[in-house]
Design a binder for this molecule. Sequence first.
Ligand SMILES: NC(=O)c1ccc[n+]([C@@H]2O[C@H](COP(=O)([O-])OP(=O)(O)OC[C@H]3O[C@@H](n4cnc5c(N)ncnc54)[C@H](OP(=O)(O)O)[C@@H]3O)[C@@H](O)[C@H]2O)c1
Length: 258
Amino acid sequence: MTPRTQSQPPLLGRTALVTGASRGLGRAIAEALSTAGAAVALVARDEARLQEVAAGIRAHGGRAEVFVADVSDEAAVRSLGVEYQKRFGDRCDILVNNAGINIRKPLVEFSLEEWNRVLDSNLTSVFLMCREFVPRMTGHGYGRILNLTSMMSHISLPGRTAYSSSKTALLGLNRALALELAPEGITVVGISPGVCDTEINTPLMQNPELRESILSRIPVGRFGQPPEIAALAVHLCREESGFITGTDIVIDGGWTAQ
Ligand SMILES: NC(=O)c1ccc[n+]([C@@H]2O[C@H](COP(=O)([O-])OP(=O)(O)OC[C@H]3O[C@@H](n4cnc5c(N)ncnc54)[C@H](OP(=O)(O)O)[C@@H]3O)[C@@H](O)[C@H]2O)c1
């Protein structure tokens, strides 16, 4: 990468792949990385929504490419790698594993299929994506892997056995992978949001009592907003953040401080 001047965006010349970029936190992260100068690969299953995000980025002069893929599916991730190569070549600087789902109910009501769906979507997808894209990150002295963990990686609530299990396991993946990749200048960091205003929380937001009860537990008195998570992601991608690795950053309005 050519040295940049003070006035240049911090991620100019970088390529970033963001999973779950069709909405919510992933969308905000992709938009913020683009504003910071990166060319972005947008990945999710809903093509129409991805195209809408891409159009918005292009309207602001950024480069965005759409890739439709189920990141929990091994063959789909392999095909994604092939498609990515055609459009971006063999280099990926930033990988944001953001795609994820939640199924909330008591453990005894989980089918094995539901349990596996949560683990596959939130944990195995990260393994598959890292295995596919780490080879495109090595050899350049810079790389960033940001994995969306959760406040539920650190504390939990009833009905979150599958989700908490998947997100807590990611802490271990992040630590081990950070150690593997540290000599390459590739950092691996978890971002643990608290409760944010996105579709994953629709079941909570649509229940007025539940919404108020959750809100009352957030010390700052409001839900997190996607641009707040995105700003942290951009910060972690800067050259100056190369000493932050193998750790997890909680951004939860103070919930876990209680
Ligand atoms: N919002 C919160 O309060 C919060 C708190 C802590 C952690 N997180 C984590 O932050 C991440 C983003 O959450 P969000 O709030 O933005 O959720 P969201 O609004 O429900 O968005 C989830 C995104 O993931 C994509 N996705 C899900 N499964 C996928 C799969 N198998 N393959 C490809 N894409 C998939 C969805 O796109 P398609 O449906 O188009 O595929 C969508 O773009 C998740 O990992 C979540 O667990 C969120």
